[in-house]
Design a protein around this ligand. Structure first.
Ligand code: 5GP
Ligand code: MN
Length: 341
């Protein structure tokens, strides 16, 4: 559903008519859309004469470091003091690519007690609209697409430059898997067409994001697909599980498993895929589906998670084995929904 607060444009326009200290926060374990949308917004707000700081809850993979403005980002895990100072001084805080503060981990404490005006720009289903102003549309391809819409609403398309265009394009491209999903609306392509007018090098962006992996990651993918894939044909489901030991063996770095969960959906008949990863304190789970099976509902009901219909995540405090067992035992309860497609 699309949700824009009453008087959004008028009020935000008024707020930005004077210089503010602005903080942009995105979700933990930021992906290309999180960084692309945050930096697209960052570069735009800088052009509007604002004092802006992007803060991420933790680090993110090297293949995202090329984005214009990346060097200015503060990672809370590494630079707590600066991050807290910036949040304390902020008059406006943007929530980009998330809308539940639980998604920003340890930053939540500081952001929630801040008296700054909160503005959401997000494309996840919106359950609690706790911000002062919200621009949300769960039908939008990406948060980056909504950053473009935000700029358009403010009548500032004229301020878009090649840097802003690169960031927004990267976010849209990544969250649509190079335009293979989340991208059936003509509006997404209209925006992309506008961005391409800035002579951004599309091929270079694709290469930055997808041809930039370590050999460890490549072998790790081979291992996951060859040794760790389990298929449950009667439930059109496939899973991959990874222990901490296996991650260590392949010199795992954050982001090395990005996109792995999508691969099983290429198998004929598989519409639901999950990847279980053993972390220090819990098990992180990513879910993906094709068609109408609502993985976000599944994640919320069973694994303290959420997200989009076809892409969501969750966690479990059980051991890796127990979490998988729980998952497998749940499948019969969803047989009808899994049979629908
Ligand atoms: P990923 O599997 O790439 O970590 O996440 C896929 C999607 O699910 C993202 O849009 C992300 O925002 C959402 N997501 C992942 N983990 C969680 C979680 O623990 N809680 C909620 N609410 N959403 C999540
Ligand atoms: Mn996103």
């Amino acid at each position: 559903m699309k949700h824009i607060s009453d008087n959004f444009t008028k009020e935000v326009d008024k707020l930005l008519s004077v210089t503010n200290n602005i903080v942009i926060v995105t979700h933990a374990n930021p992906d290309a859309d999180a960084i692309g949308s945050s930096l697209g917004l960052y570069n735009f707000l800088i052009k509007k004469g604002q004092n802006v700081q992007v803060i991420t809850p933790n680090s993110y993979p090297e293949f995202l470091w090329w984005m214009p403005g990346n060097k200015s980002i503060v990672n809370f895990t590494e630079d707590k003091k600066i991050a807290i100072e910036k949040i304390d001084k902020a008059q406006i805080i943007f929530y980009v690519d998330f809308n539940e503060t639980s998604r920003i981990d340890k930053l939540e404490k500081y952001v929630s007690k801040s008296i700054a005006i909160k503005i959401i720009i997000d494309h996840h289903p919106l359950f609690n609209d706790k911000a002062d102003y919200t621009l949300s549309d769960d039908k939008a391809s990406s948060a980056a697409e909504l950053v473009y819409e935000f700029i358009a609403l403010l009548n500032n398309i004229n301020l878009i430059d090649v840097e802003i265009a690169k960031c927004i394009f990267a976010g849209i491209m990544a969250d649509t898997g190079c335009f293979s999903y989340n991208s059936s609306k003509s509006r997404t392509f209209e925006i992309v067409a506008e961005l391409l007018k800035f002579n951004i090098n599309k091929d270079e962006i694709i290469s930055n994001l997808y041809d930039n992996f370590s050999s460890d990651r490549f072998r790790f993918l081979g291992y996951c697909l060859n040794e760790k894939l389990k298929i449950f044909p009667e439930y059109h489901t496939a899973i991959i599980s990874l222990t901490k030991k296996e991650l260590e063996k392949f010199n795992f770095k954050q982001g090395d498993d990005d996109g792995f969960v999508n691969y099983p959906l290429s198998i004929k008949g598989i519409i639901f895929s999950a990847i279980f990863t053993e972390k220090d304190k819990n098990v992180k789970i990513s879910f993906r589906s094709k068609g109408s099976f609502a993985t976000n509902k599944f994640a919320k009901q069973n694994f303290e998670g959420g997200g989009h219909i076809n892409a969501s995540g969750g966690k479990s405090d059980l051991s890796l084995e127990e979490a998988i067992e729980k998952f497998v035992c749940l499948l019969p309860n969803y047989k009808n929904e899994l049979d629908e497609d």
